[in-house]
Design a protein around this ligand. Structure first.
Ligand code: FAD
Length: 735
């Protein structure tokens, strides 16, 4: 059942209370109800309208009633075409009048007319004063009869709202009401419909399409609604500066190619990031607090893998700048991409024989297939970026570049490896994990055997352990000095390693290696955790208690740092730029070398930032990427969870663990389709969902080709559209 009732009366007749009595009647039948009044002028005798909605389900529509099923007219002098507007043929028209229904047939014969002399009954019962008779409680009794409600419903309803005193008048009206003949073509028995077969109510959106109330705003409105874009948390959390909500919504509505164009504004490595990014955007995702974060990483991968955005850069209109970029990791690649997109020339100098930095030398192919990496690097080179591989720059080399080029960006990553200074560290069989990965990824590394112990808890350690398993190690153990919670490695990678049989010795630190020429055991001391250190993680306190772990090979993954030998003594770095003796030469820094932030997405964002800084310093038009302020993102309280059906996140298909460790084939096969994008709440971004339009009590919001238009002549500034927007894409502003 859903039913809409409108009442027309005059101030003082109790029309609004009458609407409440009707609601109370239906409450006795267990229905959901809504009722409110609408005053044209706050004075006795002025026209008043009141509304009641009845439904089997909770009522969310807060419009006024424009197409009533039942219309009650408390004062017959109000009867006119405007009063009956919206009442469908066959709809109930109940009039307070001494005349019979037939008296109204010539004007309103298309409706089912009922009449009751409520004024006389109420006067007889002494309801109101001699001059103003209050007819509400009386006419409600007539209504109950006309719509077929049982007499007991009257008793219960009047008791529930403490109107027992007026019950005799209601009962009298219940008995006295006259119901006219049905209009032509309407079955007579439908004149008094039982409540569960009430008249059909138009869908909500049709209400909004109806004419506005005609009540102009007047001078008292102080605020008007506005459609705005608020910062989505995913966007705020992305260190690369991707328009995450933008690409997800574009993917949903326009497909991969269009979504790829959105991403390509900031992201040259979508397929790469869609595989290896720790995805801070997913941490920020509002849906995380509801039924699980949207799988943004996999959707980025989907777009990167399925779209073929062809890239071509226009030459800068003025002078074309030449910028050298040292290092071809994600920071160097992103910087070059940005320079080329602005129409300038970027030349990459890379020590390795191929581009990619850690993406090629560190991250194994089972996480990042090489054809994917090649394709995305080619996309950057297609913009006209030049690459010179096998060139190791030193400080004089950098100085020479700075003379030949308009600017130089140093993006050389973390090239210094942390040595472990404990007895036995130089035994054969102990090597740096980074070198091991480099050989696994770039050279034909001979197979391992036996038990491999990996020291460390970051991405390098996990990649070493999983690669060692694939390279033939029968057993692999990771020894780490803190607990699993403190491991800096990506969480999913730790779990994957566990699935692949990698063992963990936590709260253990190596204090010596033993062996006769070649390592045969590592001595591990037990560790307890003290107060947090400068990184916020608890400081390891190494105890005297040790044990020996027999092994055949040790891989050290205890950390890396920037190799500052490219700089001169006394050089400092501030705002991404090198400062020397009070001046700032044309040297800029980017990525891990500059920030040590240690993720691909951070490196991409910083590479773009460095390119912007270099171009701006050369006087070229450029935007310097500034990471959004998370505090400004749409708060969780801005999202109406109840408007979104629960739906679990889609996850990528994975190779079974037993199959994985036999090869370097990609373990995660990605999503089967892009429907996961449908889960995006689109926080802070209008999706034209029509909620504002449906909820506007004035019915004065209209759809336009690009969104919505609010008719400000009629907007009262109530703010309901803003409060009801499910995704915080509107706000009230002073008009
Ligand atoms: P790099 O990628 O380190 O690139 C620097 C480049 O500079 C290298 O190609 C190097 O050869 C070159 N170079 C250095 N010195 C010179 C010189 N003197 N002359 C010329 N060229 C030079 N992050 C993630 O987000 N997800 C992951 O899954 C992930 N896994 C990782 C796994 C491993 C094993 C490692 C080590 C890191 C991982 N990271 C991961 C971190 C991420 O790879 C780095 O933060 C990122 O690559 C830094 O990018 P970059 O461009 O600053 O430096």
């Amino acid at each position: 059942m859903n039913l809409e009732i409108r009442l027309h009366g005059r101030g003082g007749q109790g029309g609004v209370t009458c609407a409440k009595i009707l609601a109370a009647l239906y409450v006795t039948l267990g229905k959901s109800v809504q009722t409110f009044g609408d005053y044209a002028g706050e004075r006795s005798g002025a026209p008043v309208r009141a509304y009641t909605r009845v439904d089997d389900r909770p009522i969310t529509n807060r419009n006024k009633v424009y197409r009533p099923d039942h219309l009650l007219v408390l004062d017959p002098t109000l009867l006119g075409d405007e009063t009956v507007s919206g009442l469908a043929p066959g709809g109930l028209l109940l009039i307070n009048t001494p005349d019979p229904p037939e008296a109204f047939r010539h004007r309103f014969g298309r409706f089912r007319i009922a009449t009751i002399d409520a004024t006389s009954i109420a006067r007889k019962q002494g309801i109101g004063t001699r001059s103003v008779v209050i007819v509400n409680t009386t006419i409600a009794g007539a209504y109950a009869r006309v719509v077929g409600l049982p007499r007991e419903a009257l008793d219960r309803a009047y008791a529930s709202i403490h109107l027992e005193r007026d019950l005799p008048a209601a009962r009298a009206a219940f008995d006295a009401v006259s119901v006219g003949d049905s209009p032509a073509g309407q079955p007579a028995e439908a004149a008094v419909p039982p409540p569960d077969q009430s008249v059909y109510v138009l869908p909500l959106t049709r209400h909004a399409a109806s004419a506005p109330t005609g009540l102009k705003t007047g001078a008292w409105r102080t605020q008007v609604p506005q459609y705005v874009e608020h910062l989505a948390p995913c966007n705020a959390w992305c260190p690369a500066g991707n328009d995450v909500v933008g690409f997800l919504q574009t993917l949903l509505h326009e497909g991969e190619e269009a979504a790829a164009r959105v991403l390509s504004e900031t992201q040259p490595l979508a397929s790469v990031c869609g595989r290896v990014c720790p995805a801070p955007c997913m941490e920020g995702c509002s849906r995380r607090q509801y039924d699980g974060t949207v799988n943004i990483r996999e959707l980025e991968r989907w777009v990167g893998d399925h779209a073929t955005v062809s890239r071509r850069a226009e030459r800068a209109p003025g002078r074309v700048r030449r910028i050298a970029v040292v290092g071809s990791g994600p920071a160097g690649l992103a910087a070059s991409y940005e320079i080329a997109r602005h129409g300038h020339e970027a030349t990459i100098f890379e020590a390795e024989q191929a581009l990619g930095g850690v993406l090629r030398t560190g991250i194994p192919a089972y996480r990042l297939p090489r054809d994917v990496l090649e394709r995305e690097i080619d996309g950057i080179l297609d913009l006209g970026v030049e690459a010179r591989c096998g060139v190791v720059l030193d400080a004089p080399g950098v100085a020479s570049l700075s003379r030949k080029y308009d600017a130089v960006i140093l993006a050389t990553g973390l090239a210094s490896l942390t040595a472990l200074e404990v007895p036995g560290a130089s035994l054969e069989g102990i090597e740096q994990g980074i070198r091991f990965l480099h050989d696994v990824n770039l050279a034909d590394r001979p197979s391992l055997h036996g038990h491999v112990v990996v020291i460390g808890g970051g991405n390098t350690a996990i990649d070493c352990a999983r690669s060692a398993r694939r390279r033939g190690a029968e057993r692999v153990t990771i020894a780490y000095r803190r607990t699993e919670q403190e491991m800096p490695a990506i969480r999913e990678e730790i779990e994957e390693a566990q699935h692949e049989g990698v063992e963990f010795q936590l709260l253990r630190q190596p204090v010596a290696f033993h062996g006769n020429g070649r390592v045969a055991a590592v001595e591990l001391a037990e560790v307890t955790l003290g107060d947090p250190d400068e990184t916020g993680r608890r400081r390891p306190i190494v105890s005297e208690r040790t044990s020996r772990l027999a092994c055949d090979h040790v891989l050290l993954a205890a950390g890396q740092s920037a190799d500052r030998r490219l700089l001169r003594l006394g050089d400092t770095i501030a705002e991404g730029r090198i400062h020397r003796h009070g001046s700032a030469p044309n040297l800029f820094v980017a990525g891990d070398f500059a920030t040590g932030e240690g993720t691909v997405a951070h490196a991409i964002g910083d590479g773009r930032r460095a390119a912007g800084r270099a171009l701006a310093a050369l006087g070229e038009p450029a935007t310097i990427f500034v990471r959004p302020n998370r505090a400004e993102a749409v708060p969780i309280s801005g999202i109406h969870f109840d408007r979104f059906p629960l739906r679990p996140a889609a996850v990528g298909d994975r190779l079974p663990a037993a199959e994985r460790v036999r090869s370097f084939a990609e373990t995660n096969r990605g999503l089967p389709d892009a429907r996961e994008a449908e889960r995006c709440f689109s926080c802070g971004h209008c999706t034209q969902c029509d909620t504002c339009l449906v909820y506007c009590p004035e019915g004065i919001i209209d759809r336009t080709a690009t969104g919505y238009a609010v008719d400000l002549n009629f907007c009262k500034g109530c703010g309901i559209c803003v409060a009801e927007c499910p995704r915080d894409a509107m706000e009230m502003t002073t008009s």
